[in-house]
Design a protein around this ligand. Structure first.
Ligand SMILES: NC(=O)c1ccc[n+]([C@@H]2O[C@H](COP(=O)([O-])OP(=O)(O)OC[C@H]3O[C@@H](n4cnc5c(N)ncnc54)[C@H](OP(=O)(O)O)[C@@H]3O)[C@@H](O)[C@H]2O)c1
Length: 276
């Protein structure tokens, strides 16, 4: 069974997400000589070369070689054009194609490559940029067991990954964890504002909001207890937390969150149709 130390990997698009993956993969023991990348941005290429010593090219077809995997990390809006540009060289190699582009389906990728390749579609989130991503992955029927394991190793370089069985679940992943960081930022922002209204300084309220979020997340991760049990533990009858939770319940927070995720899920479904 191969490991990521045995493969050749080509990035198409070398922006933020690609750079985070490159950093994570080099930390996990891949060498720069295993990886090449293409990106039209001269400055971005210079950054990648100086930061990671990874060979880069301005032309997506240049020095393509025989990669085991091609990781496409361009914006969804240009996926179709980019894939059409590299279709011939990719078809010649028959690699696993991994996409991090939001909203682009595995069928669209194969259609735009005019191929029937193994495709893994992933949905990372922005904490991946600091190695703390939550990543959902879907593999089409052409992906082998070994390719699945290799993909896991690649995505785990920037966080924690899970597989979903059905491609439509990626829309739910997008709604929950893909867009999720914004929900937590918003919640922290509102906590800060509400704290200020109760008399705290802006700096103190911001710090308390962020540290409470971080501490609660770490506790939730490390504790064997469920989220509900952890919540109950902070909530003594008739206490301050109970007063706040009752107020949330009166405002139907659960329904508000359910509606928000449904809206994000529906938008994810609509977006993939727009890119077609
Ligand atoms: N950042 C995240 O946390 C995150 C989370 C989930 C999903 N994603 C997905 O990851 C993908 C990349 O996002 P990103 O944040 O890394 O964006 P990004 O920083 O803009 O990176 C995209 C890179 O692709 C380059 N590019 C443009 N045209 C190209 C072409 N024809 N061929 C090859 N490369 C080309 C861009 O160069 P120029 O800047 O010069 O145009 C840029 O360097 C997107 O599809 C996004 O949906 C990102």
């Amino acid at each position: 069974m191969k490991s990521i130390q045995d493969i050749r990997l080509r990035f198409i698009g070398a922006g933020n997400m690609a750079a985070s993956l490159m950093g994570g993969l080099l930390n996990k023991g891949m060498t720069a000589s295993q990886i090449t990348a293409s990106d039209p941005g001269r400055n971005q290429r210079a950054y990648i070369e100086s930061q990671f010593q990874i060979q880069t090219y301005g032309d997506n077809n240049a020095h393509f070689g025989m990669p085991d995997m091609v990781l496409v990390a361009v914006k969804p809006q240009i996926m179709k054009t980019v894939l059409a540009d590299v279709a011939e060289v990719i078809r010649r190699n028959n690699p696993l194609v991994i996409s991090v582009a939001a909203g682009i389906t595995s069928c669209q990728i194969n259609q735009w490559l005019d191929a029937d390749l193994p495709i893994v579609r992933t949905m990372p989130n922005t904490p991946a940029l600091i190695g703390q991503g939550a990543i959902g992955m879907y593999a089409n029927q052409n992906v082998s067991h070994e390719q699945r394991q290799l993909t896991e190793q690649i995505m785990d370089a920037v966080g924690t990954s899970i597989w979903v069985d059905k491609e439509f679940e990626i829309d739910a992943v997008t709604a929950l964890s893909g867009s999720g960081p914004a929900y937590f930022f918003m919640f922290m922002e509102y906590l800060q504002q509400a704290g200020q209204k109760l008399g705290l300084s802006e700096g103190n309220a911001a710090l308390l909001a962020k540290k409470t979020a971080i501490g609660s997340a770490l506790l939730a991760e490390r504790s064997p207890e469920s989220l509900q049990q952890l919540k109950d533990r902070v909530t003594s009858p008739n206490g301050t937390t109970a007063a706040a939770l009752n107020s949330f319940n009166e405002s139907k927070l659960e329904t508000v969150i359910e509606k928000a995720l449904k809206a994000a899920n529906d938008r994810s479904v609509a977006l993939s149709k727009e890119f077609d």
